[in-house]
Design a protein around this ligand. Sequence first.
Ligand SMILES: C[S@@+](CC[C@H](N)C(=O)[O-])C[C@H]1O[C@@H](n2cnc3c(N)ncnc32)[C@H](O)[C@@H]1O
Length: 157
Amino acid sequence: MRVHLRAVGRLSGRSEERALVDDYLSRFGQTGRGLGWRFEGETEVEDKKNGGMAAEAALLRAAIPSGALLVCLDERGTLMSSPEFAKKLQGWADQGRSDVCFVIGGADGIDPSLRAEADMLLSFGKMVWPHKLVRVMIAEQLYRAASIIAGTPYHRD
Ligand SMILES: C[S@@+](CC[C@H](N)C(=O)[O-])C[C@H]1O[C@@H](n2cnc3c(N)ncnc32)[C@H](O)[C@@H]1O
């Protein structure tokens, strides 16, 4: 199963968030290999004309692999524990889903029309986090999920 990440906004190449995301995604790659899970890449989109959420949604849609299971990160979404998230990924893999794409919105969030197209809205709590931290959080949770399914000792209940 290929995992993709799409985000509004850029992480600077020398930022601490970038270093953390790279570290967790690299660990995800190593741990996920034995499960048949692999990270396929990140795409950052930016609407330079300030067209708002609708324009961002158009850029995101163009960047989402066709046929991918779409998960929008959103504070109004489903709350789950890390083991539940791991089982959800495993379930998608077992169903033969070949692509799962996680989407992070910009300052105003993800356009409602794109949220309505999502297979799942995933929440990291009711509080709103900066998109840069959400990028780190999803990278870490992907690694944690792979560790849980692989049975390596990273996650502790
Ligand atoms: C600064 S937030 C935008 C918040 C905006 N008020 C909204 O309505 O979504 C930027 C992005 O980070 C992600 N995000 C922020 N907090 C989150 C949370 N608690 N759970 C999941 N994703 C979150 C979402 O993808 C959001 O679009």
